[in-house]
Design a protein around this ligand. Sequence first.
Ligand SMILES: Nc1ncnc2c1ncn2[C@@H]1O[C@H](COP(=O)(O)OP(=O)(O)OP(=O)(O)O)[C@@H](O)[C@H]1O
Ligand SMILES: [Mg+2]
Length: 363
Amino acid sequence: MPKIKLENLTKRYGNFEVLHGVDLEMEDAEFTVLVGPSGCGKSTTLRMIAGLETVSDGEIFIDGRPVSQLEPKDRDLAMVFQDYALYPHMNVAKNMSFALRLEKRPKAEINKKIKEVAEILGLTDFLHRKPAELSGGQRQRVAMGRALTRDSSTFLFDEPLSNLDAKLRTQMRAELALMRQRVHKNMIYVTHDQIEAMTLADRIVVMHAGRIQQQGTPEELFKKPVNKFVAGFLGSPPMNFLESTVQQEGDDVFLAGQGFRLKIDGELTKRLSPLSGSKVDVGIRPSDLSFDPDASADNAIDINVVISEYVGAQSVLIGDCGGQKVMVELKSDTPIALGEKLRFRVECSDLHLFDTSSELAIG
Ligand SMILES: Nc1ncnc2c1ncn2[C@@H]1O[C@H](COP(=O)(O)OP(=O)(O)OP(=O)(O)O)[C@@H](O)[C@H]1O
Ligand SMILES: [Mg+2]
């Protein structure tokens, strides 16, 4: 039985529907990340699970039991919000044990719990400090600790890292991954940051405009995106898309666009052959283009270099292929000059193809 199941979960504000019947199952001890652009319905979904928003249609099941009519406190969940307001006058230990003390749990039990959670989160040396005496990342950990002391079966996180600066975010992301290895609880984590999703999730759920686009492991979604939206959303720098038309010449199949003509080989030939004359968007990840002046024009694209951004061991080159923008990730020692036209080889097996009108993956 799934730990949490969403069935046709729908949310309307007045006549305005923001969540259009979401179906999702989350297994116990799974780290599920809901990811998508701003306004796609991530927080709404999480808040409905938590019981902070009413359900317009559909049902939420926890351990097989419908909970949409239950009060938040009866759902056995703990939530960490984006603004993790700590009590400024209480020290770390008091902040973390606030809920337990409200419930008048025995002192020994509370102390044991604080000790346990502080160890997991690396807060043992900070228990007597006030929030003002902590760094942003440490405060974030206290907010998490406050949820972890609750012993709930499921933890809900709504963009817990969003008000940290970039460096601290990276550090906290690593700490979360570590915490994750020690706490085997069901976790649902909302973010609009695809890197956070890729690094933390057992299962990623990509949402867009109130609908689930695709769910699966980070690797599944990266390698086999079901549509152009998912393909363009996951991956940094993002996937390149080039407009093309399928052309058949005898037994050969080509994808031809402005400034390139790729010859298709293998299985893909059979799949594309019946689509001769159709428009197809060719998706190529920036890391799948390799600088190769000797490549044949049949399996390469020529790019006019516009900008090269040096980022350490790698450079990100931004160029132009027949009027369409293309990004390439390449080793920093590759000799390039701005304004040059360079040839990049691309393997047919690395292409992601999408029907131009439906935007669905082909094959
Ligand atoms: N109380 C409300 N009344 C009307 N519309 C609302 C209300 N709350 C949210 N919405 C709308 O519902 C949609 C989904 O909002 P939600 O907060 O779930 O987005 P999100 O995916 O969490 O975005 P973000 O990444 O910006 O936090 C948005 O279009 C938003 O404007
Ligand atoms: Mg939100």
